[in-house]
Design a binder for this molecule. Structure first.
Ligand SMILES: [Zn+2]
Length: 431
């Protein structure tokens, strides 16, 4: 008993030390929000990282009415300010950026006692525990499929929600959290699961479609961002490159369709967009690929949840030179979804092809669309205005708004794609 107490105390002390000694390098960093108004100005900003070290891109402009957000150490601010002035780019500055990071609640016990609140950010373990509880409560609706393990051996499971699993319904496949720091994305995925399973009215949204949801593609990275404030803005996986001794691959540059042809870094020590040593080098992207290959043609809609910027973008991501021939269908469904979110009081999405302003290859949406043949494939950048630090207290406002968008997605899939079993029945009757 005494030993047990000592052990708990020891762990507590460790956590406290990790916190107390924490020197968050971002505390003094400045957030520069730049407003490019011409494509030449966007080009200037996209080339910044080549000439100035130690700056970190949080978001690149995808259009003129959108900002480029960069984190800058204090000593680099004059350089960027001069460059912005030289090119006539308007900008604003937010000081001491790291001080605005919300502290991570490291007391999961307390949270477990009062249940799982879908409007909070949770640990990976708490999410998994909650999924197990949902399966026990609603075995007729929800099941879990183990896909494998992350690099650090966390078990990854796919949530399947269906009111009629034998019907051969078209599948809506949603993943989230390939990028570690985008906390609002896994939280949204968990909210979707919650609504579809617990809300009696959501039975309508289950009619004729099956929902497959993977709430956290990159659990290692996610837990890393929760471990300390210094890690809060980590993006990549946590695999170790043995040659360079650096960590992580950008999972959304790692998919094997037109891999690494544009918008990637070949440097394993790059913080942001390292594409990996080869396509699908990461167990995390392999697991998503395997889901897509296993269910193949039944998947009619794929949505990868990210943050931030309030964008809903579609292929191609790897090039801005041309669009897929079906782009009008992709575009019009995205606008229907955006309107649904807006009607619910939310902010409309900016809808466009992903590669229009900065082409980036190896994304999951291109792979789903180009390699698997999923007819509707999107990347959804949730929220705007708080960068990657979307406040917990606002989740209850935006999640129900986004849910209306997913209802619109489901309506389209249900109307356009009848269940395969059903179709077979009809044809056998006809003959
Ligand atoms: Zn992302």
């Amino acid at each position: 008993m005494a030993r047990g107490i000592l052990l708990i105390y020891g762990i507590y002390l460790l956590c406290w030390q990790a916190d107390g000694n924490e020197n968050n390098k971002y505390d003094d960093y400045l957030l520069l929000r730049l407003y490019p108004r011409a494509s030449k100005e966007i080009d200037v900003l996209n080339n910044l990282e080549k000439s100035i070290e130690d700056i970190e891109f949080l978001k690149r402009s995808r259009s003129f009415n959108d900002t480029t957000d960069i984190l800058v150490p204090p000593n680099k601010v004059p350089l960027i300010r001069d460059l912005a002035l030289e090119n006539g780019i308007v900008f604003e500055v937010k000081e001491n950026y790291g001080r605005s990071f919300e502290p991570v609640d490291r007391t999961p016990r307390r949270r477990i006692l009062r249940g799982f609140d879908v409007f909070e950010y949770h640990s990976y373990a708490a999410m998994q525990e909650h999924l197990d509880i949902l399966v026990k409560r609603h075995p007729e609706l929800i099941s879990l499929q183990t896909l494998g393990e992350s690099y650090q051996r966390r078990r990854v499971r796919l949530v399947k929600i269906s009111s009629n699993p034998k019907a051969g319904n078209p599948i809506i496949f949603i993943d989230a959290g390939i990028h570690a720091r985008e906390w609002v994305a896994p939280a949204m995925a968990m909210y979707l699961v919650h609504r579809l399973v617990n809300d009696p009215e959501a039975r309508r949204d289950l009619a004729g479609v099956d929902w497959y949801i993977l709430p956290v593609v990159n659990p290692d990275g996610y837990e890393f961002t929760r471990a300390s404030k210094v890690n809060r803005l980590w993006r990549k996986t946590r695999s170790k490159n043995t040659v360079y001794g650096c960590f992580g691959v950008d999972g959304n540059r790692n998919y094997g369709y037109k891999w690494a042809v544009s918008g990637v870094s070949k440097n394993p020590c790059d913080q942001e967009t390292y594409a990996g040593p080869k396509p699908f080098s990461e167990p995390e992207t392999q697991m998503v690929r395997n889901v897509m290959m296993e269910y193949g043609k039944r998947i009619k809609l794929y949505v990868s949840l990210h943050s931030y910027g309030q964008y809903l973008v579609y292929p191609w991501g790897y090039t801005g030179d041309f669009l897929p021939k079906e782009w009008q269908k992709l575009d019009s469904l995205a606008r229907i979804v955006s309107n649904a979110v807006e009607s619910a009081g939310g902010q409309p999405f900016r809808v466009m092809s992903a590669g229009k302003w900065y082409p980036a290859a190896g994304g999951s949406d291109d792979f789903a669309f180009g390699a698997i043949g999923v007819p509707y494939s999107y990347t959804m950048e949730l929220t705007d205005g708080y960068e990657f630090l979307f406040p917990e207290r606002l989740l209850h406002t935006v999640f129900p708004q986004y849910y209306e968008g997913f209802k619109a997605f489901a309506a389209q899939i249900r109307n356009e794609f009848p269940p395969t079993r059903h179709k077979k029945k009809i044809s056998s009757v006809a003959h």
